[in-house]
Design a protein around this ligand. Sequence first.
Ligand code: ATR
Length: 287
Amino acid sequence: MLNEEFTGKTRICGIIGDPVEHSISPVMHNAAFKKLGLDYLYLPFHVQPENLRRAMEGMRGLNICGINVTIPHKIEVLQYLDAVDPLAAKIGAVNVVVNSGGLLQGFNTDAEGFLQPLLEKKVDPRGKRAVILGAGGASRAIAYILSEHGSDVTILNRTSGKAIQFIEAVSQTTGKIMGTMELNEMNLSAVMAVADILVNTTSVGMSPANNETLVTRALLRPGMVVADVVYNPSKTRLLMEAEKAGAVTIGGLEMLVWQGALSFEKWTGLKAPLEEMRKAARKALKV
Ligand code: ATR
């Protein structure tokens, strides 16, 4: 541990979530601060839903300079902020807060964190048919950014009512109509037959249920783009099968590293050491 390196001038960042113990954001950000020689420290804060208001007041009161927000606070946190960036407001979810002299500003880097690895793989979302599984916070950010970049988005969710409400909200903000269906075998086969991009935003396939997948191998085709927000394991069964089918794959770890790098840039104003953050994240996950 590096305890002796911290001084009265050290600036504090962190992450609030419930649970938060599994988060690899602390190792990723502390590695980045160290790499750039910045006097910053990043800590995990276990904040239960009933303490969210107090946590945000605490951030102001203690002059904590920046936080990441994770499950289950990404939507609820909006009411405790002084300002919300237009992209985060449209998505309706915040995963980064910046404290500028007591003014709390919310941002969303999950959306851009999904887009960047896609662009790195030379995938242009324009005119593509995208299928998103799940209708939670991650789905919302990804549906929004894909729709904004010209994809035709269909969301499939287990609880169909939830998906409808969600689609109406996103369609209203993007001005583009999106489709929604109940997640079942028949609907999945129908949309996958014409899909160019598939994104799993559900927790299916997450360790220890490594062998689970919502999509059978037969639905995956060469040339398709398959992304999974699950980062543990780093290669989910869905991604392994997609790779075998000749699809372009994007793992959850890349999205995690990118949203982290973009958060880092909001707090420090400096370009994030992406490779260092990726290395620290991989090491923490033992991959
Ligand atoms: P996040 O904020 O990371 O997106 P979330 O808000 O908990 O997480 O959303 C998880 C999504 O995965 C939800 O849409 C959930 O479906 P329900 O709305 O029906 O709850 C979906 N999900 C989780 N486990 C699933 C499973 N076993 N099969 C299908 N969908 C699942």
